[in-house]
Design a binder for this molecule. Structure first.
Ligand SMILES: *Cc1c(COP(=O)(O)O)cnc(C)c1O
Length: 365
């Protein structure tokens, strides 16, 4: 059996007609940038996220960047980010010239440790950026409490956790402005790059809509130095066609994770994912850890099983951040996760037999 890391086949088959109809509608409308499709999707995604406003943008990195920019975060401000995240979270902070303050995760959930956040707050801290990593909601009750105590903004990086909740409240609805990504492989994926910001603040929403469109509300009148970071009509229409299926796809991801939990239970040296009390997990990724990760990955590759590492090098050890001069062992948990984590195949429509095959190969190893 050959099992890829990710397959769009079952998903694409089930929505082929709806997506191609949406493409045809935009094609025929002869309106391709910032029109009715974007407006409609923004309203739908705001409702889905329990947020009052949604601003469609070009990608997830722009969403995080513009969120920080709109909040006035600038040079001299400190932004707390996880030490173990995709580099996009850090890049958004770099773009506004603020200081990156990495905080180590909880080693069981891989999400930002609230105690570590508390210890990292200084008079210069402006923002906490929790990342709902691999699809699990961060402990948002404690993070929001800290933000309120110290009058800080929260900017959620919700790229991996669309539809997840903490104590029943949706991720992307807690922070002042929150970014998400519709990169094709994300839980809600476009057919290309796309992203969005969610916020409950109407003034911030207007400012963000201005920033993403050349700093302009009225064509050829520019109020601020803005960006070109618009969500395409085509991608918005495709996302609207897919959004009604997201909860069912999430249910399937959770079922697949439950199968992995069952078939991988009790294997020595294979650490399974843990979900915190109050958090829900939408399993963007099913990540296990092993002290012999590289050999395990090679073994699975030889069996025709695709896996990936999220992520092999923590941001503080990337060449891009060499100038920040972090000590190599400054964030040992981030390093430990990078050295041991392995993401197993998981996609909506993956069958129990496929999960059994992958699990048996791991057990044999
Ligand atoms: C995918 C991702 C992003 C960036 O999204 P793009 O649309 O690729 O720019 C940001 N943060 C995290 C955690 C991600 O997984």
């Amino acid at each position: 059996m050959k099992i890829p890391f990710l397959s769009f086949s079952p998903q694409n088959t089930s929505i082929r007609t709806q997506v191609l109809d949406a493409v045809a509608r935009v094609f025929d409308s002869q309106w391709y940038v910032l029109g009715e499709s974007v407006k409609t999707f923004e309203a739908e995604y705001a409702t889905y996220s329990d947020a009052r406003h949604c601003i469609g943008v070009a990608n997830g990195l722009d969403a995080l960047h513009l969120a920080l920019k709109a909040l006035g975060v600038k040079e001299g401000d400190e932004v707390i980010v996880p030490s173990n995240t995709y580099i996009a979270t850090w890049l958004a902070v770099s773009y506004v010239g603020a200081t990156i303050v990495p905080v180590e995760p909880n080693i069981h959930t891989y999400n930002l440790d609230p105690a570590g956040v508390a210890a990292a707050i200084t008079p210069r801290t402006r923002v906490i950026m929790p990342v709902h990593l691999y699809g699990q909601a961060c402990e948002m009750d404690r993070i929001m409490e800290l933000a309120q105590q110290h009058e800080l903004h929260v900017v959620e990086d919700n790229a991996q956790a669309q539809g997840a909740t903490f104590n029943g409240k949706k991720t992307g609805s807690f922070g002042s402005a929150n970014g998400t990504s519709f990169y094709p492989g994300k839980n809600l994926g476009a057919l290309g790059d796309a992203g969005a910001i969610t916020t409950n603040d109407p003034a911030l929403a207007l400012h963000l809509a201005t920033l993403r469109n050349y700093g302009s509300q009225r064509k050829y009148y520019n109020e601020v130095i803005g960006y070109n970071s618009r969500l395409d009509e085509l991608q918005a229409a495709i996302l609207s066609a897919k959004l009604p299926y997201l909860d069912e796809w999430t249910r399937q991801r959770q079922q697949i994770a439950a199968w992995y939990d069952q078939y991988l239970a009790g294997i020595p040296d294979v650490v399974l994912p843990v979900t915190a009390a109050g958090a829900s997990h939408v399993y963007h990724l099913y990540v296990v850890r092993s002290p012999r990760r590289d050999a395990l990955q090679a073994h699975l590759t030889a069996q025709g099983i695709g896996t990936l590492i999220h992520y092999p090098i923590p941001p503080h050890l990337q060449q891009a951040y060499a100038a920040l001069d972090f000590k190599p062992d400054a964030f040992p948990l981030a390093q430990e996760i990078a050295a041991t984590c392995l993401s197993l195949p998981l996609w909506p429509g993956m069958t129990e037999e496929e999960v059994q095959y992958v699990s048996a190969a791991i057990r044999a190893f």
